[in-house]
Design a binder for this molecule. Structure first.
Ligand SMILES: *[C@@H]1O[C@H](CO)[C@@H](O)[C@H](O)[C@H]1NC(C)=O
Ligand SMILES: *[C@@H]1O[C@H](CO)[C@@H](O)[C@H](O)[C@H]1NC(C)=O
Ligand SMILES: *[C@@H]1O[C@H](CO)[C@@H](O)[C@H](O)[C@H]1NC(C)=O
Ligand SMILES: *[C@@H]1O[C@H](CO)[C@@H](O)[C@H](O)[C@H]1NC(C)=O
Length: 492
């Protein structure tokens, strides 16, 4: 999978990767449809390229993304329509002066000349919308703006292309009417129908990655729309997953700073007004009264704590524990209801933790003699981006041969040692750091390790050493005691 951030750093090093005109002959696009699902912190974009090969054995298709879009893209995947396996995508530099970036998609099988294929590019953009107006009173609506480029770029010519911007609400306040597109359409260049604004169809669009096209035709369009849900960002997620063979337990604790990134609250917060609005089912869309997360089945000792203490207004429904590997497992559902509703611009700091049977996510491979445990990167808070994440997996004491497979490359990862009470040599700890995580990133990290037989004994040894010490100490004390008591008694 491609890491855009890596891609961008590569770009800074290799600034002048020349565009080779040869590849533009390999394909043409019979149609491009881009669908943008407008959200709050997350915007999902699906672009379908109906592609026709013009040459024999054409096997590398190039997708071009504008620079401003790539900076906001946190997740990207290309598949052949109707298949599950993502294709390999390689970053291939930026054409000179183009302010755009090329991604090469390797097709599994080369196409014969004249053959067709449908490629689906899926991306998730983060922080791409902004509240407008920037402030809202408690009883006001919430509206956001989103900006994108009018044309989907492609090094190949395109018979027809269109972009659909889909809002969750039909209350679209305004949208840009593009200019200078008569060459591509005789009709209205933009139409609105219900909650969807469609740019195009634009016909016979030539190769669009060159300076000439960009200067002449490319332009930005802005959509201003009502959004009926709070815009959430997790500023910081600190997840610690502690594996204990001793108790056959996996403890997960999330320390979270949640932020309402919607319009800032205008004036003072009034609880009375909030309660009246909620009572009539008209809670303001930019206020977060509660939210729901899905936790693993079979969890115990769940705790939800904020800066004041235990939050008792939460509600948890635990699904029964199921053997690992079974499909369609139900998740436990936890409704978190903060002490006070979270208004636009406010932060909310809390801790959510639970214990789960280790057997639900861990197994022993007798062939290699290693344990394998899976720990999800994160628990999705619906609609929220995670700006900054640090995930630590703490292994049993004395674990060796530590290895891991992460679902995507971390900004950094390291293996260190974590020492807790009663540990003698400390526990190996694997730490991963990420930025801008989306719902697409909520996948497991697999950690494998060996626990030598001696290490299993270390804990009991440590415990018994402590006990023995206490015991000895007690005996000494008692002896001392005796003498102290005896001495005066002698005097008596
Ligand atoms: C993301 O998109 C928004 C809106 O287009 C823009 O203001 C912001 O600068 C972008 N972020 C980055 C890192 O480019
Ligand atoms: C904390 O709150 C939960 C309800 O969410 C309650 O079941 C539990 O007993 C409380 N624990 C303490 C220590 O108060
Ligand atoms: C929210 O938290 C962030 C980071 O911890 C901080 O920079 C910001 O000032 C906080 N905002 C408020 C309103 O407290
Ligand atoms: C995360 O998103 C922010 C805002 O869009 C951007 O400034 C930053 O560069 C992104 N970081 C990474 C590592 O992608």
């Amino acid at each position: 999978m491609l890491r855009l951030w890596n891609a961008i750093s590569c770009l800074l090093l290799a600034s002048a990767a020349a565009a080779s005109p040869a590849y533009s002959l390999s394909f043409e696009n019979t149609a491009i449809v881009r669908t943008v699902d407008l959200g709050g912190s997350l915007v999902h974009v699906t672009t379908t390229f109906a592609v026709k090969a013009l040459k024999e054995a054409a096997s590398v298709y190039t997708i071009t993304l504008p620079e401003d879009e790539i900076f906001n893209t946190s997740w990207l995947e290309v598949k052949v329509k109707g298949t599950h396996q993502p294709l390999t995508v390689t970053y291939n530099g930026a054409p000179v002066d183009s302010k755009s970036h090329n991604l090469d998609v390797s097709l599994e099988k080369p196409l014969a000349a004249g053959a067709n294929i449908n490629l689906v590019l899926e991306t998730v953009q983060t922080h791409a919308t902004w509240p407008w107006p920037q402030k809202a009173a408690q009883d006001e609506d919430q509206s956001l703006k989103y900006e994108t480029s009018l044309f989907v770029l492609s090094p190949y010519s395109t018979s027809v292309q269109r972009t659909k911007l889909k809002s969750s609400s039909p209350r679209i306040i305004s949208y840009t009417t593009p200019e200078n597109v008569e060459a591509f359409t005789q009709e209205n260049p933009v139409t609105k129908s219900g909650a969807t604004v469609t740019y195009g169809p634009y016909n016979n669009v030539p190769s669009s990655t060159n300076q000439e096209f960009l200067q002449e035709h490319q332009q930005h369009v802005v959509l201003h729309y009502n959004y009926d849900y709070p815009v959430l960002e997790i500023l910081k997620l600190k997840r610690a997953a502690e594996i204990s063979h001793w108790g056959a337990n996996l403890n997960i604790q999330d320390d979270i700073v949640l932020h309402n990134a919607g319009p800032e609250l205008k004036g003072q917060f009034s609880r009375l007004q909030h309660q009246t609005q909620s009572f009539y089912g008209r809670g303001a869309p930019h206020v977060l009264p509660l939210f729901t997360v899905h936790l693993p089945p079979g969890i115990r000792n769940t705790y939800y704590i904020d800066q004041i203490g235990n939050v008792s207004t939460s509600h948890l429904r635990v699904a029964p524990s199921v053997a690992r590997g079974l499909k369609n497992t139900q998740s436990s559902v936890m409704e978190l209801k903060p002490r006070y509703p979270i208004m636009g611009g406010w932060n909310y700091t809390y801790t959510l933790g639970w214990d789960a049977p280790l057997g639900d996510s861990g197994s022993y491979d007798s062939k290699t003699g290693k344990y394998i445990v899976s720990v999800p990167v994160m628990t999705e808070v619906p609609g929220a981006v995670v700006n900054d994440a640090e995930i630590s997996i703490i292994l049993p004491e004395g674990a060796t041969d530590v290895d891991y497979v992460a679902p995507f490359t971390a900004l950094s990862n390291e293996i260190s040692t974590h020492v807790t009470y009663l540990d003698t040599v400390g526990r190996p700890m694997v730490t991963f750091k990420y930025k801008n995580l989306t719902n697409k990133h909520a996948k497991p990290i697999y950690v494998s390790y060996r626990v030598p037989v001696f290490a299993h004994l270390r804990k009991p040894l440590a415990v018994s050493t402590v006990l023995l010490t206490l015991f000895t100490f007690a005996m000494v004390v008692r002896r001392v005691d005796l003498t102290i008591h005896k001495t005066p008694s002698k005097k008596m």
